[in-house]
Design a binder for this molecule. Structure first.
Ligand SMILES: Nc1ncnc2c1ncn2[C@@H]1O[C@H](COP(=O)(O)OP(=O)(O)O)[C@@H](O)[C@H]1O
Ligand SMILES: [Mg+2]
Length: 253
């Protein structure tokens, strides 16, 4: 993948909450079309706070965020369609009784025509492997299936960029494999992927670039190979046995 066309630009972003804590400092980051970007950092480093700025859930204290040439401030609703966020806690994202109701919710809220909603729901079911569970009660799904439902709901909004906040947290091996392969396939389909994690083991081999955060700042950006020696000093666990990135994922095969 060539890092050619910028899709998101973050310029001098700072976030100070009303309690006076400055959680993000001097964040400058360009994200490119169709890239697979991982944001790694220890707990509390500001990853989730940063991502919530990208779809308008938090407002910058200072600094600017752009999607292509459009600034987020004042365009939050549009950003939320273009940049989908799959939350860490899948239950919090479920709004529909059944799988299909849940996926429909977003496009229905956009006021789209029925045939367009149906098309989007079908496509979302297909790309998340949930077709056979379409009429199941959403809350009875397994952890991995709920995560894929969260992805399906975001997909139905037809976003260019999809952010995954700790997508593997709490999943068993099967859940991890199905969610990871869903994410990889969405990237192959052309979606820009931003994957937030404190645990690189499962996903590092697939990233084009990795951004490391510590205490609200970006401390390093580079290819998976080039950041390996910077993990421990940033309190991130080095993937077991990693010498080259291709070795990381052998357990997946
Ligand atoms: N709404 C908020 N108000 C004040 N502090 C917050 C708020 N949300 C998050 N924080 C603080 O921001 C810091 C970074 O949190 P977060 O981005 O969730 O970390 P992580 O990198 O683990 O995702 C934490 O110290 C957290 O307590
Ligand atoms: Mg977090």
């Amino acid at each position: 993948m060539s890092l050619k066309n910028k899709i998101i630009s973050i310029e001098n972003l700072e976030k100070k909450f009303s309690n006076g804590n400055k959680i993000l400092k001097n964040i400058n980051l360009d994200i490119y079309e169709s890239e697979f970007l991982i944001i790694a950092g220890e707990n509390g480093s500001g990853k989730t706070v940063l991502m919530k700025h990208l779809n308008g859930l938090f407002k910058p204290t200072s600094g600017r965020i752009f999607f292509k040439d459009l600034e987020i401030t004042g365009n939050e609703k549009f950003f939320r369609q273009k940049i989908g966020l799959v939350f860490q806690y899948s239950d919090a994202q479920i709004v529909g009784q059944t799988v299909i109701d849940d996926i429909k919710f977003g496009p229905e809220n956009l006021g789209l025509p029925d045939d367009e909603i149906e098309k989007r729901v079908k496509s979302a079911l297909l790309h998340t492997g949930l077709k056979n569970l379409a009429s199941n009660t959403a809350l009875t799904l397994s952890g991995g299936e709920k995560k894929r439902l969260g992805i399906a709901g975001v997909l139905a909004m037809d976003p260019d960029v999809i952010i995954f906040d700790e997508p593997f947290a709490g999943l068993d091996l099967h859940g991890v494999k199905t969610v990871l392969s869903t994410i990889i396939n969405l990237n192959k389909k052309g979606h820009t992927i931003i994957l937030i994690t404190h645990d690189l083991e499962k996903c590092m081999a697939h990233a084009d670039r990795i951004v490391i955060m510590k205490k609200g700042e970006i401390t390093k950006t580079g290819t998976p190979d080039s950041i390996l020696d910077h993990l421990e000093s940033n309190n991130i666990k080095k993937p077991f046995g990693t010498k080259r990135k291709a070795e990381t994922m052998t357990w997946m095969k």
